[in-house]
Design a protein around this ligand. Structure first.
Ligand SMILES: *Cc1c(COP(=O)(O)O)cnc(C)c1O
Length: 246
């Protein structure tokens, strides 16, 4: 994809996100997270040049490489949205502005330990001006056996641990509904995540709802998403061979 291609697609996606927010009568802003996993650093540069500042990555090794390669982009924010193994927590906290994929108490405790002393520079902060690492709990909203994410029934305990962690800031909830070609299929899962938020303190305690991807972001916004994670619509199809999770 050429740079012009990325800038044009980004513009189009921004318009669609804004119009979805307008038609759902939302007052708050919806953060557009450009999901750059599997895409070269040059694609991120092109989007950054077009004003994009928040990017989502799934794999720790890829994140580390791009973070080094793009260190000159002072306002670049990486959000980790992929599954994180506990032994990678130490590396990840150095490179991210937010983590959307905290799915266990053990991981939350490890992140808290590794984030001690961390002060995110103001130009790299996400979700407000707190210098601590913002963490969202990833919920396996449809209880899919093969999927990462905390079981909805166990969300309360996980949220308490993140909330009480000295070095983390509880920012909200994230989900990836079951894969489907039909965006309408995601709607009940988005509603379930919003209901789970209401059951655990509402927007005051859990301001962010990270849900919605290329195929279903309009539905997610209608259901209350504050962050949408969009890859394909901005960068085009990902190269077929994704790196191994790590
Ligand atoms: C890859 C990915 C996305 C983006 O998916 P697209 O369909 O390309 O928009 C969003 N969220 C997560 C967790 C992902 O892994």
């Amino acid at each position: 994809m050429t740079e012009v291609g990325v800038a044009e697609r980004l513009d189009r996606v921004r318009e669609l996100v804004e119009s979805a927010a307008r038609s759902s009568g939302r007052s708050g802003k919806v953060l557009l997270l450009a999901v750059s996993k599997g895409q070269p650093a040059s694609a991120i540069r092109a989007a950054y040049a077009a004003g994009q500042r928040h990017f989502g990555e799934n794999y720790v090794q890829e994140l580390e490489g791009k973070s080094a390669e793009l260190a000159d982009l002072s306002e670049l924010r990486f959000h980790l949205i992929g599954h994180l193994q506990r032994n990678k927590a130490k590396v990840v906290v150095k490179h991210v502005s937010a983590l959307h994929s905290c799915d266990s108490i053990a991981l939350a405790e490890e992140l808290d330990k590794r984030a001690a002393g961390l002060v995110i520079p103001s130009e790299r902060r996400a979700f407000g001006d707190d210098p601590r690492l913002p963490v969202l709990a990833e919920i396996n909203i449809a209880n899919e056996p093969q999927k990462s994410g905390c079981n909805p029934a166990q969300a309360g305990a996980l949220l308490d641990v993140i909330d009480e962690a000295t070095n983390l800031r509880l920012a909200g909830l994230m989900c990836v509904p079951p894969l489907s070609d039909d965006p309408a299929a995601s709607v009940p899962h988005f509603a379930a995540l919003a209901a789970l938020r209401d059951a655990h303190g509402g927007p005051a305690r859990l301001p962010e709802l990270s849900m919605g991807m290329t195929g279903d972001f309009a539905e997610a916004i209608a259901a209350g998403a504050t962050v949408v994670r969009i890859g394909t619509a901005i960068f085009g199809a990902r190269p077929p061979k994704a790196p191994r999770p790590g």
